[in-house]
Design a protein around this ligand. Structure first.
Ligand code: HEC
Length: 153
């Protein structure tokens, strides 16, 4: 009894890194789908505030714009971990098969999003409402470009 406890403790201590790694690789398809949809939802929630400012539906507020842009930029890196092979189905999803059949193009769209959202942070920090507005437009194009090819209508 005692001996097996010690062995279990040693295995736990030595195996901890690889255990986490294995857990990451063995996520269920539905967990991946849930995560990526949640990340897109959070990104969209925050981007919506900037879009409202750009359209004049919400007063321009630089501090608020910086906060939202930084969140959008950070979150733009999160959904893409949720598209491993095998997560094509398993829960309600609008991801098209092209995500997995054309991974290079999907990746290019992902990098474009991340580049545009980084510029969004700079535009918000500039304090220039016009610059923010035009960068909101450029970012929205990166969203719709990818949705066009990789998201079901
Ligand atoms: C690289 C491709 C790509 C880019 C860029 C992208 N999306 Fe998406 N988006 C997707 C895919 C694929 C889905 C479908 C995910 C699913 O249903 O599994 C999706 C889903 C969504 C959803 C629905 C989430 C849900 O709960 O069903 C929203 C909202 C969304 N995206 C907003 C955005 C916004 C806003 C941007 C830009 C700031 C953006 N996306 C940029 C590929 C992208």
């Amino acid at each position: 009894m005692r001996r097996s406890c010690v062995i279990a403790a040693v295995i736990a201590a030595v195996g901890i890194g690889s255990t986490f790694e294995a857990a990451a690789q063995q996520r269920k398809p539905e967990d991946n789908i849930k995560m990526r949809k949640a990340a897109f939802t959070v990104m969209s929630w925050n981007f919506g505030v900037l879009a409202a400012m750009a359209k004049g539906q919400r007063p321009y507020d630089q501090a608020e714009a910086v906060k939202r842009a930084e969140t959008v930029s950070l979150v733009s890196h999160l959904p893409f971990e949720g598209f491993p092979k095998g997560s094509e189905s398993g829960l309600d999803t609008r991801a098209l098969p092209e995500v997995w059949s054309n991974p290079d193009k999907f990746k290019t769209n992902q990098e474009r999003l991340q580049a545009e959202t980084a510029k969004l942070v700079q535009a918000a920090k500039s304090g220039d409402a016009g610059q923010l507005k035009s960068q909101v437009g450029a970012t929205a194009k990166a969203c719709s470009n990818c949705h066009e090819d990789f998201r079901r209508k």
